[in-house]
Design a binder for this molecule. Structure first.
Ligand code: FS9
Length: 402
């Protein structure tokens, strides 16, 4: 299998250097309270990368062991971009399969994604949620940042949607509820996801939702300090297009577009022509095929309300307003979060190492942690970017692990 014949995965698009690739600047926005350094891409922010990165996020059986890249056997490439790549790896000490995201510091600095990279790491580190990917370890070498994440192998939700055209409403309800639960949790921590779209949502091997992509690295943005948008806009709220805000409500709008697309096969304001799509998002009429139930239509009218203050989910207790909507009336939210509701569809994967849902563009590639390690001291410019880093000639995580 793979993504052939469908809209390409964001990873594949990036590999091909397509312009309308990945969505925009960082996906996660940390509110000022938890983000002491909102000035993106500054030298100060660059310096912080190094200090805040190395972490054993969860404890392994051997608490004294410093985790390094040498603890992982590289199995396959599963995603690739100009910032780095994502590989399926196997822990030599635990025997467990993980996804290892490797990012080149140089590229992150050059594309001014330092703040977003750090936000992704610190947010993932904080979050424990059944439908959000878990970050197990973070470490670095002189040139690269590493994140060891759950390996999730049921395929992109997008891939399954394109294959099947559209989903039955009961199936949409299940996915929508799991995503709503994840958004509610993020919002409760003051985090706006900002990039809810089918490419960023995977299924795990049992068919539950797993949101894996938390910001950064899927660049395309020239400058993270501004909020211009370069990608395709179909899931963006009108206020984002107008540059008028990035509050929690943008996630409820995006959830609306996603639910609409799962129900009908296309986003609500879609056009192949990007300019027309912009206009439709700003002014287009919301219309439904007759097979969409009244409850679903009502939910979508609520979520796809252009006036931010009137949008479903924008109230003081926004998440519970969404959860209480009649569309979700038969969802037991406690059972949902406990993963005791039976997923409506089980991905055809044999086991945790099964790569059949991953695009062979990547899996055909020899896995190596290569991209020649440039010396960061090669140029003065790079040096100054890293001023203040606690780097001491041998990466803390690399020490003793040549
Ligand atoms: N288990 C399986 N697949 C995962 N994927 C979701 C993320 C995808 C990805 O990161 N693609 C990508 C990465 C870059 C980067 F620069 F970061 F390297 C650039 C462009 C695209 C890969 C497939 C996954 N994620 C966590 N666990 C997972």
């Amino acid at each position: 299998m793979g993504n052939k014949g469908t809209k390409e995965s964001s990873a594949k698009k990036d590999k091909k250097g397509g312009k309308d690739t990945e969505g925009s600047e960082g996906k996660m926005e940390v509110p000022p309270a938890t983000s002491p350094n909102p000035s993106n891409g500054t030298d100060k922010a660059d310096a912080d990368i190094h200090e805040s990165w190395n972490d054993r996020v969860l404890f392994s059986s051997n608490n004294d062991h410093k985790v390094t890249k040498d603890d992982f056997e590289l199995l396959a490439v599963i995603g690739k971009g100009s910032f780095g790549k994502v590989m399926q790896v196997k822990s030599k000490t635990e025997g467990k399969i993980y996804a290892m995201k490797v990012l080149r510091k140089e590229a992150i600095i050059a594309r001014k994604q330092v703040t977003h990279t750090k936000a992704e790491k610190s947010i993932l580190q904080k979050i424990q949620h059944p439908f959000i990917v878990k970050l197990h370890y973070a470490f670095q070498t002189k040139d690269k940042l590493y994140m060891i994440l759950d390996y999730v192998n049921g395929g992109e939700l997008f891939f399954h949607l394109k294959k099947e055209g559209r989903f039955a409403e009961s199936r949409v309800k299940f996915y929508a509820a799991e995503i709503t639960s994840a958004m509610a949790h993020l919002h409760s921590l003051g985090i706006v996801y900002r990039d809810l779209k089918p490419e960023n949502i995977l299924l795990d091997s049992t068919g539950h939702i797993c949101i894996t992509d938390f910001g950064l690295s899927k660049e395309i943005k020239e400058d993270e300090g501004t909020h211009t948008f370069c990608g395709t806009p179909e899931y963006l709220a009108p206020e984002v297009l107008k540059g008028q805000g990035h509050g929690m409500a943008v996630d409820w709008w995006s959830l609306g577009t996603l639910i609409y697309e799962m129900l009908t096969g296309l986003p609500p304001f879609y056009s192949q022509n990007i300019n027309i799509m912009y206009q439709k998002i700003l002014n287009g009429e919301l219309r439904f095929p007759s097979y969409v139930s009244p409850e679903a239509q009502s939910l979508l009218e609520g979520l796809l309300t252009r006036d931010v203050d009137k949008r479903l989910g924008s109230g003081p207790d926004g998440s519970s307003d969404v959860k209480k909507h009649p569309f979700f009336k038969d969802i037991d939210w406690n059972k949902l979060d406990a993963k005791t509701l039976d997923p409506p569809f089980k991905p055809k994967v044999k086991n945790n190492e099964d790569l059949s849902q991953i695009d062979e563009v990547f899996t055909g590639e020899k896995p190596q942690d290569s991209l020649p390690e440039h010396s960061l001291s090669d140029t003065m410019a790079k040096d100054s970017n890293f001023d203040g880093f606690t780097y001491n000639g041998e990466s803390t995580m690399d020490a003793g692990a040549k």
